[in-house]
Design a protein around this ligand. Structure first.
Ligand code: VGL
Ligand code: ZN
Length: 197
């Protein structure tokens, strides 16, 4: 049983958004075209309360893309993005959301960021996605969406660790690439056993 996991195809990660990924909107058409080929389609939605601790605006003297130390480890600081209920948090208007069996929201706890669709950045708080997929008998995942080097990367690594067979379709994903993060993420995924297609 195969699921398509569509990571964070939201307005704020597309051109014109608060944390725009270059060509982020170019993933929409290929993702829509892939949906029919899967037993299940899951969308994730980055979903932060206003004033989330991952926002640089909450850290005096810090700018977006700088690092800070959180109780759970180092954290990149971001522009305010994907605030619950905002236009930027909505899915890209052309994404075929009616095909989704499940929409999983993450990053909704003010004190913890959540890149992965499986665990928040403390590496301990589960989102519930693993239980859902197991209960549906799904063992094989195809990962697409935004951003390749953050939420897609962490989701793919957690999926491999949880025992799923995982493929990243690069033509349906785009990266942010801060300080070489894209190449590093691809190398790490490859060595962890994620198939890169
Ligand atoms: C993401 C940074 C902050 C992502 C989400 O979807 O990759 N990146 N929040
Ligand atoms: Zn976020």
């Amino acid at each position: 049983m195969q699921a398509l996991i569509v990571i964070d195809v939201q307005n704020d990660f597309c051109p014109g958004g608060a944390l725009a990924v270059a060509e982020g909107d170019e993933v929409v058409a290929p993702i829509n075209a892939m949906m029919a080929d899967f037993d299940a389609v899951v969308l994730t939605q980055d979903w932060h309360p206003a004033g989330h601790s991952s926002f640089a605006s909450q850290h005096p003297g810090k700018a977006p893309l700088e690092l800070t130390e959180m109780p759970y480890g180092p954290q990149v600081l971001w522009p305010d993005h994907c605030v619950q209920g905002s236009k930027g948090a909505e899915f890209h208007p052309d994404l075929d959301t009616h095909r989704a069996d499940l929409i999983i929201r993450k990053g909704f706890r003010a004190a913890i960021d959540s890149y992965s669709a499986f665990f928040e950045n403390d590496r301990q708080t589960p989102t519930g996605l693993d239980g859902y997929l197991r209960a549906r008998g799904i063992d094989t995942l195809t990962m697409v969406g935004l951003a390749t080097d953050f939420c897609v990367h962490h989701s793919a690594l957690d999926a491999v660790r949880a025992g799923y067979a995982v493929t990243l379709v690069q033509s349906a994903a785009r990266g942010i690439d801060v300080g070489g993060s894209l190449a590093a993420a691809l190398a790490e995924m490859r060595s962890a056993g994620v198939a890169l297609s």
